[in-house]
Design a protein around this ligand. Structure first.
Ligand SMILES: Cc1cc2nc3c(=O)[nH]c(=O)nc-3n(C[C@H](O)[C@H](O)[C@H](O)COP(=O)(O)OP(=O)(O)OC[C@H]3O[C@@H](n4cnc5c(N)ncnc54)[C@H](O)[C@@H]3O)c2cc1C
Length: 461
């Protein structure tokens, strides 16, 4: 008999799991608490099109999601565009695309720039052997760089960037993070002095829509605005879900039967962040909970400005100066033509922070007021009346922060509760989280579930 699979979460991991299982003939039900699919890569309407709430692009190494685009007939939508990355320090914008740009970064002594470039080249071309994982996950980036790359490179280049992304954890992040980023980003460039980034014509929404319609065509059900309140466990097995009391829940109840507000499933996949998973799943043993909580999450706050004028010629402007209360500006219309947005200029002001930070609590207008004097540092002509419209989004689970030796702590996909699978961004390793890896995660979990069913080795058979 066809197994019924309940999937919690409608981001790229959940949507891909539903799509892949649908291809294999499973009956899938996907529950998403938000009113729309997409999760962290979700979009909002702007100037007659859609845009991601948080800036998104692909690297050339993001092959899983590009292949998924092709499979869904969207191959011709994938655009590869040269990126314009920069660095803002001491009131000056530096280009940061090629090795020559690095040599021009006069915020550190010339000799340190040469050393930095040589170390990056060494990591890129000599160290892409996966065996290095165990070597680099044991040591913090801070210790490694101070020893091999020099104090200046760490203190003036990496540390400010790490503080921006990882806050107070900056000194504790493993060297693996830098090594793998370098291997993937520089190693996958089409040329050393040029980086191309990918973006789907029509925004990430085109892939979200294509996945949604493919899942529905397979007979899969998608219930939006339907938070899962509880994973129901009986005798050590996950047997069903309790849903919030709304229309989608009633529809599921009518089709699936069940009593006491519980809809029953043969197997359940949870793609929610670990802290959200722990709110709905009790009965997990302490050692698994310890693994689930080994990675902490950094939150993100995004302010998006729709402007009459451009701020700078740069797409991605890193802001290492920590007296400036944001970590980067991402001027989307220096990447995708402003013509797509009726010639408006669109810029994200990005912040990664702890949820306890006052900036996480601030309203859109409070944030804008706090940011304006600093935006004027980047472009002294900037004035609030450039801004025609503004949006503000908060993401609690923006970035998992993994500790040293994390390969030994990753929570397995099979949870200790039979029939319950966990598939979230804390299991993406050694890569950094991203839509490509959530697609891969969705594919892997669907494959594993199918193998479990066929081999009768784990869960309901
Ligand atoms: C600011 C920012 C910039 C980024 N930039 C890029 C980029 O440039 N390129 C890139 O590839 N990636 C980028 N990412 C990362 C990328 O968006 C994520 O890695 C990816 O979308 C995660 O997908 P997911 O399905 O694993 O998780 P999520 O998208 O987090 O999906 C989990 C879903 O579960 C739902 N959920 C939680 N609890 C429940 C419940 N109880 N019941 C029902 N549903 C529930 C949530 O609402 C959510 O939709 C960025 C992320 C951020 C925040």
């Amino acid at each position: 008999m066809t197994q019924r699979i309940g999937i919690i979460g409608g981001g790229f991991a959940g949507m891909t799991a539903a799509y892949e299982l649908g291809k294999l003939g499973y009956q899938t039900w996907l529950f998403e608490s938000a009113p729309e699919l997409g999760g962290l890569a979700g979009t909002f309407p702007i100037e007659g099109t859609r845009l991601e709430r948080g800036y998104h692009h692909w690297f050339t190494s993001d092959t899983h999601i590009v292949a998924q685009m092709e499979e869904l007939g969207l191959g011709d939508r994938v655009q590869w565009i040269p990126s314009k990355t920069g660095w803002f320090e001491r009131g000056k914008i530096y280009n940061m695309v090629s090795p020559i740009d690095l040599l021009r970064l006069d915020t550190i002594p010339f000799i340190d720039r040469v050393r930095l470039g040589m170390v990056v080249a060494y990591l890129t071309y000599l160290q892409s052997n996966p065996k290095n994982l165990s070597k680099y996950e044991k040591i913090t980036a801070a210790n490694w760089w101070r020893k091999y790359g020099g104090n200046a490179a760490w203190d003036k280049v990496w540390l400010p960037m790490f503080r921006g992304k990882f806050g107070t954890e900056a000194e504790n992040i493993s060297m693996l993070f830098i090594w793998y980023k370098i291997v993937l980003r520089i190693g996958s460039r089409r040329g050393v002095s040029k980086e191309e980034l990918g973006y789907p014509h029509g925004s990430f929404q085109v892939l979200i829509d294509a996945l949604e319609s493919a899942i529905r065509k397979q007979g899969g059900k998608i219930c939006l605005s339907t938070p899962v309140k509880r994973v129901v466990v009986e005798n050590g097995s996950a047997v069903g879900l309790q849903l919030a009391d709304n229309e989608a829940a009633q529809m599921a109840q009518r089709e699936l039967g069940g009593t006491d507000g519980t809809v029953r499933f043969d197997r359940i996949i949870c793609t929610a962040p670990s802290f959200a998973t722990l709110k709905i799943v009790s009965d997990l043993p302490a050692d698994y909970v310890a693994r689930m909580t080994a990675a902490k999450y950094m939150a993100a706050v995004l302010v998006i400005l729709k402007m009459k004028q451009s701020m700078s010629p740069i797409y991605w402007l890193n802001i290492p100066d920590r007296s400036i209360p944001f970590v980067a500006t991402i001027e989307h219309t220096n990447f995708i033509s402003p013509e797509v947005y009726n010639n408006k200029r669109i810029m994200y002001v990005s912040n990664y922070l702890d949820q306890s930070s006052p900036y996480f609590q601030m309203s859109r207008d409070e944030l804008f007021k706090a940011y304006v004097p600093h935006l004027k540092k980047i472009n002294p002509n900037f004035s609030p009346d450039w801004v025609e419209e503004m949006w503000h989004f908060r993401e609690a689970a923006a970035q998992p922060i993994v500790p040293l030796n994390y390969s030994k702590m990753i929570p397995p996909y099979h949870t200790p509760l039979r029939n319950l699978y966990l598939a979230n961004t804390t299991q993406i390793y050694p890569e950094d989280r991203g839509t490509n890896y959530s697609v891969r995660l969705g594919q892997d979990i669907a494959k594993m579930l199918d193998e479990d069913v066929k081999s009768r080795t784990w869960g309901n058979n």
